[in-house]
Design a protein around this ligand. Sequence first.
Ligand code: DMJ
Length: 643
Amino acid sequence: MTTPALLPLSGRRLPPLNLGASAFPHHRATLRLSEKFILLLILSAFITLCFGAFFFLPDSSKHKRFDLGLEDVLIPHVDTSKGNKNLGGFLIHGQGHDEHRHREEEERLRNKIRADHEKALEEAKEKLKKSRDEIQAEIQTEKNKVVQELKKKDSKPLPPVPLPNLIGVNSGEPSDPDIREKRNKIKEMMKHAWDNYRQYGWGHNELKPIARKGHSTNIFGNSQMGATIVDALDTLYIMGLHDEFREGQEWIDKNLDFSVNSEVSVFEVNIRFIGGLLAAYYLSGQEVFKIKAVQLAGKLLPAFNTPTGIPWAMVNLKSGVGRNWGWASAGSSILAEFGTLHMEFVHLSYLTGDPVYYNKVMHIRKLLQKMDRPNGLYPNYLNPRTGRWGQHHTSVGGLGDSFYEYLLKAWLMSDRMDTEARKMYDDAIEAIEKHLIRKSNGGLTFIGEWKNGHLERKMGHLTCFAGGMFALGADGSRDDKAGHYLQLGAEIAHTCHESYDRTTLKLGPEAFKFDGGVEAVAVRQNEKYYILRPEVIETYWYMWRFTHDPKYRQWGWEATQAIDKYCRVSGGFSGVKDVYSSSPTYDDVQQSFFLAETLKYLYLLFSNDDLLPLDNWVFNTEAHPLPVLHLANTTLSGNPAYR
Ligand code: DMJ
């Protein structure tokens, strides 16, 4: 092994250290900068010690200087006369003192320095003998210690805030045995989905129920963030699956780490992770969920560093670098993504007392309010650099949907104080009704999509959530049109039920048309799939809560049976590729929203209304219930933690 040369630390780049080919047979022994730095430190310590030892050598001239130099200096008095090291007093070293004791003391010090010096030499030699892997492992251990310290710092308790009125968390047991049985069946389906994920996909984002292994998509980045665990927690809780809930909590506590070099979707992480964690916190009162939600939110904030404050669609959790989807029109951000942050961000400000989250979403709202809207409609694309709309495409389904939902829910969540949000919602749905909602020849009400001045007579499965939204917004609607909106909700529910009923599997396609004699049926092959989505069942549940019309439970039960029959496999639940085929093929994905939303809405549909009552809870777009905040106004001034 050759001894590395010590180079001056003059700002020049250090050449690679050559530790000899025998130590690293497969490659040139080039060490990384951090390793070099450690070796340099050891060597500098060694040189310093040599220098120190030289300084204390028993050379008479130096000795004289030492004596002289210290004559008037105060040094601690070490009293060893009674075997007792008294460091408390001070001694004036010089004239009139015991020469002998002084020499002994010097000798003792020299011996100590020699011993230290030899020890350091040995340690340095040992270090140099170590392999690259050992050195790397030591560096890693040091790094881990630092990370642990940082984590401890991050886990500091947040300021206490009064918990909102959390009622209806553990109730809802139906007295009717038939309804109870149906509810139990849904709970059993949840257990089947969870147990298989637990067995084959634990810690991964989702499950491949046929291949029986983990699954992930780019929305979650490239790391295993346990999306299914976080998304499923509140469903487990309300179903009384407490052992499973605790398993999830333990995994989150020990493993959910956001310091990863991973580029994630800001929207998806917000609705599934932050929403899921916040709901789990409110339901269970376990601090860990709140802390994790706040840590994660901090990682999303850099996404807002754009010229307009409209966030990027994606952000790297480690570097904070953001960007937009390559497919989005003119480098735009997506309305349904940057417009679906409000509920979670207001709760984050409430719980932390830090207005930063609230300010971010209010800034987005103010910016949108100032913009011209073609026909009063919000286009789905907005460029975060220029602040201009991209392509004029408006949809209440994909790309637009939950923006409208969050306007309404911002108002509900503020205990109806946020009237600005309500007004924006009312304006938006008036324009939607005028330009996008039509009746088909067969009398089915549908919501089409507006593309560059033209109405496309096609409705997505995603759009079916709007039936529930219209019903939820009926009370408090402009000009007291509650009856009208409840009716509109019922019509959308009916149309969406038809889209299920007209298939072979009794499961709804991804998109269906109302054109050329086609009514509520998918035409293109790539629109015939069902991926365990919740929106139709979500609408049934809202309609049930507001009307108690038994047909909604009936339709919900049809969907439950179809899912159990066609999507259930021994390794969990899978989406199907063609709902019109009697021998469907599976897509082999158990989506996390199946546990978060589809099964939760079904369970609620067969529960009493006192489970998560809508006067006290508002569901985020991933079906995570957040409590109504009885704040004096939307500036959060009613919050004692607000600074
Ligand atoms: C869910 O992640 C959310 O409901 C979102 O708003 C859109 N769709 C999926 C499920 O279909």
